[in-house]
Every structure is written in C-alpha cells, then in structure tokens.
Design a protein around this ligand. Structure first.
Ligand code: AMP
Length: 503
C-alpha cells in the first residue's frame, strides 16, 4: 500500500466541503481546496526541479500557504525542512549546507542575503511572505491542480527537522511517513478527536508541536483549525466559544491565566486543553482547573520521537506528570551508566521505542549510533521515573543534572520546593562551576514583585526540607527566565551568565 502521508490523509476525508483551515482574516479553506492547492504547489515544486527524496527547505512566516507547501512537498515525495524564523543568515547557511535542499523558500525580504549560500548548496531560491505571497505562490497559481501523489514507503523520509540543540551542532532528525502517520493515529485516538473538532492553532509551524501534532492530528481527523499567526491571548479567549481544542506550550496557559476574562463561561464550549514542549508547573495546572473547571492534559514528546506519552483523556490528568506511554510506544527508564532497566520509582534515563521513533540523524551516523540503540530504543536525554500508578514524571534534561560533591541533584526537586514558596513566581536551579564541590547548586528565582522574598528567606525555608547537599549555595534573582520560542527555559544561558559566581 502507498504509505504517503498525504494519500492516507486524503483517503480519510469524508466531506471535501468541510473546512480544513480558517485564517485569522476569516478565509475558509475546505479539504477539497486543500487538495487542489497542494496539487498546484506540488506541480510548481516539480517544475522547479524537485524530485522524490529531495529536500525542500523553508524559512517562512506562518501562513496557510506554508502549510500547503509542507503538504505539497510530501505529496511530491520530497522531504520538508522547516526552519525557525528566528535563525540568522549564518545559521541558515549551516542548515542549507548540511541538508543541500533542491529548493529554499524564504521571505522576499531575506532572499538577497541568503541567495548566495543557497545557490552554493545547489538550491534554487523562491519566496513566500507572511501574507502568503511571493514567487512560489505565483508559480503555483499558474500550475495545474491535478497531481498524482508520489507513492512512498513508510520508511521513506517525509521531513527533516533540526533539533534546537543548545550544545554542539544542531542535528537533522529524519522523520518518515510511517513515523508521522503512526503518531497522528495514536494521538487522534488518545485525545478522542472527531471531525467536529475546531482547534485554535496559535503555535509556530517550524516545530514538531505546531507542524505535526496540531496540524496532522486535525487534518487526519477531518476536523478544522483556526490559524492564528501568533499567540494572542485576547484573540484566543474570543475564539473559545466556537472552538473545542487548544494546544499550547506552558507559557500560553500562564499568560491566559493573566487575563480576567478566562473563566468557566468563556471556556464552556471547549473540550480539551493540551500542553507540551516544556514542563507545565503543577501550580498552573491547579489554577487552570480552579478557574475553568478543565484539567489541562499534559503530554510529552520531542522532535526525534514525535509524541510518546500523554495523560489520559478519561481518567486522572495528574499535574506534574506526562501520563502513560501512547499505544504502540514503549518507554523504559534505565541506568544512565549501564543502560539496564530500572525498577519503577527510580530515576534514570528515559528511552523510547516505537513506530513514532525517527530514523536517525541526517548524515551523522556516529551521533545516531550513540543515541539510537540497535534494539530500537532512543536515548532521549531526559531523566525521569514512573510512579506507582504508571505515570511518567520528567525530572529534567540529563545535561541539567547537577553533580555536587559527588552527589546527584535533580533540579526539578528543588525547583518544586522553591516554586511553592510565597513570593516566588518561578525558578530554575542550575549547577555552576565550584572549586570545592565541582558544581554548586544555584537557584535563579523570578520574585513576585520586587523584593518579595530574599535569599535568606529562601535558604531558611529550604533548611530542613531538603538534604544539605541539595540546598542552593546561592540564590539569585532575575526579572524573567530566558526562554526559547517553544517556552523552554534556556538553562545554558543562565549557566553562561552566572558562570563565575563561585570562581
Ligand atoms: P523538542 O525536540 O524541541 O520538541 O524538545 C523536546 C524536549 O522538550 C524533550 O526532550 C523534553 O526535554 C522537553 N519536553 C517536551 N514536553 C515536555 C513536558 N510535557 N514536560 C517536560 N519536558 C518536556
């Protein structure tokens, strides 16, 4: 059977008149329109020389045309490579040189700066702006709507997504048609998605969350999504009376809670609030439930594995956990030294296996071999444990683990204690180079208002609650924690900023 994800998507659509995407301006694109417009775009790509297996790289703002470009690339049997809109020309140089795409799509304003690098890598440059206009759209407008979707095997590549990689070179995760389709199928079932669902889509589409989780799950369900160019709390609350699902990063929920209009009435039509990509504070989960009556459903995934665990749709959605493995996905917690599976309750390395797990890193066989075991388990780099009810808890990235005086300290444990103190908005606990201890446990805190809490207060509160070696040596205060576009706290930036503290 043809495993091309577009064919599978299309064959599941019962009503071609149904709305697939509604733009912020109110334009409605039906599933029938989507077939025609992806057909035109696929023909345009083929005219530009794109062949099956070629990469099509895109650094473009969020627009319906950008989603059409993704689907058209996949229809043409090529490999979609979305790039963060925040990347600088120097960073783009690296990605283009590494992935050698046949076509590079960018904003017209950036085309001049990027043309040479693209041409050097053998890529043709075409343009697409935030309004969906550009030389690519022009080429598609002139092309026929009929396009025979290129048959693909489930192991053929559909997308190449570079990891955000805070250390070393960013790696291209190779995702197959089979990876994306199997994950979408598992999520649709897990979250009880139906054609009646209306998603508020406010995520960027250069990342697995907005591109695959949000878009694929919606389109494979024959449901519809309201496409917002960016996160806008007012707009989102205004749409809740006719939407059913919101997918967000934790910062969305924190910011929505800051709006007085968020309450049981404004969220009464909504069916499901989903959070992922970074840890949702248990406090945010509780506040949300108290204000709206909805328990946020937290899930866990990453570029390389797609989604792999989710809190249950029916059953307890437990704050501070990411739920159980999705059907078809195996998750084990192992000893980081030996790789041996650990008993339930013990903290170790989270490893994932299943049809959702990527094929490897693009042209990096050593990195692939180091992180993807021969038996199929991917070593995620996240540390966690299963509790007695089988819910997975993430305690942080392995590289954020602090080793102080020979003891392992998991930042999450200390952050949870600090976050519960009055006068604290949130915290990040990091290890900084220390002459005596190797690393010194250091708390970086965002206070609730200036001088709401002092270093002495924090240290006094933790005394007796945490073993001595876990207690911070110093407590620092900042106005806000550095975060990337997906809401992840960038501890590496904090480590750089305060690196000399104990030296
Ligand atoms: P990315 O590849 O950019 O999606 O980043 C994946 C990483 O985000 C994971 O390896 C985790 O460290 C983190 N992550 C994703 N979802 C969650 C979650 N629900 N709770 C905690 N960390 C998460």
């Amino acid at each position: 059977m043809n495993a091309n994800l577009f064919d599978i998507l299309e064959s599941g659509i019962a009503d071609p008149e149904a709305t697939a995407i509604e733009t912020a301006a109110g334009e409605r694109i039906s599933y029938g329109d989507l077939a025609g417009r992806t057909g035109r775009m696929a023909n345009a790509l083929v005219s530009l020389g794109v062949r099956p297996g070629d990469r099509v790289a895109a650094q473009v703002e969020k627009s319906v045309e950008a989603i059409i470009l993704y689907l058209a690339t996949v229809r043409a049997g090529a490999v979609f490579l979305p790039l963060n809109t925040g990347y600088t020309p120097a960073e783009i140089d690296y990605f283009i040189g590494d992935a050698t795409p046949a076509v590079f799509v960018c904003d017209p304003a950036k085309a001049d700066a990027l043309k040479d690098a693209a041409n050097q890598a053998g890529a043709q440059v075409v343009t697409l702006d935030a309004g969906g206009q550009g030389s690519l759209t022009d080429a598609a407008a002139d092309a026929p709507a009929d396009f025979a979707t290129v048959p693909r095997d489930k192991d053929d590549l559909a997308a190449l997504l570079y990891t955000s990689g805070t250390t070393g070179r960013s790696k291209g995760a190779m995702l197959t048609h089979g990876n994306l389709v199997s994950n979408t199928t598992a999520l649709r079932e897990a979250w009880h998605y139906t054609p009646d669902d209306v998603l508020i889509h406010a995520l960027p589409i250069f990342h697995t969350h907005g591109l695959f989780v949000a878009t694929n799950v919606t389109l494979f369900s024959g449901a519809s999504m309201i496409f917002l160019p960016k996160f806008d709390p007012e707009r989102i609350i205004g749409l809740m009376d006719r939407a059913t699902v919101l997918m967000g990063v934790p910062t969305f929920y924190v910011r929505l809670l800051g709006d007085d209009r968020l309450n049981r009435d404004t969220t009464a039509h909504m069916r499901l609030f989903i959070s992922g990509s970074a840890p949702l504070l248990a406090e945010t989960h509780r506040e949300w439930q108290a204000r709206t009556g909805h328990a946020i459903l937290e899930r866990y995934g990453m570029t390389e594995t797609n989604m792999n665990a989710s809190n249950p749709y029916e059953g307890d959605r437990i704050a501070g956990t990411v739920g159980m493995p999705l059907p078809g996905t195996e998750i084990v917690v192992t000893d980081p030294e030996t790789g041996a599976e650990l008993p339930r309750g013990e903290i170790g390395m989270i490893e994932v296996r299943g049809p959702n797990v990527f094929k490897g890193y693009w042209q990096m066989p050593e990195k692939t071999a180091a992180e993807l075991r021969e038996n199929g388990f991917f070593i995620t780099g996240d540390l966690g444990k299963f509790d007695e009810r089988g819910y997975l808890h993430i305690v942080g990235r392995g590289k954020d683990l602090i080793i102080t005086g020979g003891y392992n300290v998991y930042p999450k444990e200390i952050e949870s204690e600090i976050d519960a103190l009055p006068g604290v908005v949130e915290s990040a606990v990091i290890g900084l180079p220390h002459r005596d201890f190797g690393e010194g446990v250091t708390a970086v805190i965002v206070p609730a208002g200036a001088h709401a809490i002092s270093e002495t207060d924090v240290l006094a509160a933790l005394e007796g609650r945490l073993a001595k070696f876990k207690q911070p040596k110093r407590v620092l205060f900042v106005d806000e924690l550095p975060r990337n576009t997906m809401g992840k706290v960038q501890k590496n930036l904090l480590r750089d900023q305060f690196g000399d503290l104990y030296r």
